[in-house]
Design a protein around this ligand. Structure first.
Ligand SMILES: [Zn+2]
Length: 107
């Protein structure tokens, strides 16, 4: 059984955070407080389009400029990927969280 880790609490009146959040009415002020972290679905299409633009630029003869555009697109794509991975990790953490219904501590 899960109990609250708060030293002066130790209550067993604990709920899984996603379940608790879903059970809250939409007008509850706690709905925003316990909401899952945003993000995750990053769009790679824009960064991919930049890479393609770079390839087209290379093909048209402006090799230096085209390579620079390709590198910029690739770096941007890598940045989006890292951001998305971080958002996914935060969401996983949220899914595994509990909330104490006695002292409202999240753990
Ligand atoms: Zn507690």
């Amino acid at each position: 059984m899960v109990v609250c880790p708060q030293a002066d609490c130790g209550s067993s009146n604990v709920a899984a955070l996603p379940h608790y959040w879903e059970s809250l009415p939409a007008e509850s002020p706690l709905k925003a407080k316990y909401a899952p972290p945003a993000g995750g679905a990053a769009s790679y299409w824009a960064s991919l389009a930049v890479v393609v633009l770079g390839i087209v630029t290379v093909a048209s003869g402006a090799v230096g400029l085209g390579l620079a555009v390709m590198v910029a697109g690739a770096v941007w794509g890598a940045f989006l990927f890292r951001k998305s991975a971080k958002a996914t990790a935060l969401l996983d953490q949220w899914r595994g969280s509990h909330v104490c219904l006695a002292c409202t501590r999240r753990f």
